[in-house]
Design a protein around this ligand. Sequence first.
Ligand SMILES: Nc1ncnc2c1ncn2[C@@H]1O[C@H](COP(=O)(O)OP(=O)(O)O)[C@@H](O)[C@H]1O
Ligand SMILES: [Mg+2]
Length: 230
Amino acid sequence: MLKRKQSSDGITTLIARSNPKSVIAEQYRTIRTNIQFASIDRNTKTIMVTSPGPGEGKTMTAANLAVVFAQQGKKVLIVDADMRKPALHLRFRKTNEQGLSNILAGNQTLQESVYETGMNQLDLLTCGPIPPNPSELLGSKAMEEFIEEAKENYDLVIFDTSPVLAVSDAQVLGGFCEGTILVLRSKFTEYRATQKTIDLLKSVNTKLLGTILNDREKKNSNFYYYAKKK
Ligand SMILES: Nc1ncnc2c1ncn2[C@@H]1O[C@H](COP(=O)(O)OP(=O)(O)O)[C@@H](O)[C@H]1O
Ligand SMILES: [Mg+2]
């Protein structure tokens, strides 16, 4: 039986759902538009959200992007492919008793494992029990088959991932995902880490659809704007 679990920040971090008229929700919609432009000449159905290190906003970004794509009418599956530190279940106030790892181990089907989210167009696949060999599982034939099945059942599949520089999982998954969104955290992610991450992502078969500068202070917006133009 699936049970509900409370989480302290589930509401605030899914702001695109709880407060769709907010400035932040509007920014997620702008990112959605930019992703659509970046993938205009191909029908991108699989997108992974990643970043160089931990705590930069991958999970928050992935969850909110899934919400705004679903609000647009797309049938979306969001998948927790961070098999080191799964967190999507907390955002959606679910437990992590079952999920992707069960499917990859051949113990469960996609239909048996997905959660409803309260939004018609959005389903959630949590990580499930943490396996001992995440990168092996993410690069497996079973993963490839799971992605094919997910693409048949959904318009868009969004993956939350582990940090690129910590482990090879995101790179491995990048081999299966048509597009990648790179999240950087303002005043936190270092330039060299960003460069290294982009280089690593370039070496796999995924298109960098865009980079999100997360947590940028509003008062600095002019500074960044002018700094860029120099
Ligand atoms: N723009 C932001 N403003 C405020 N808090 C944020 C912001 N982005 C991320 N956080 C918080 O920072 C923490 C790490 O974010 P998370 O999305 O879990 O990062 P990651 O998945 O990259 O490890 C979470 O507690 C999240 O709520
Ligand atoms: Mg995360």
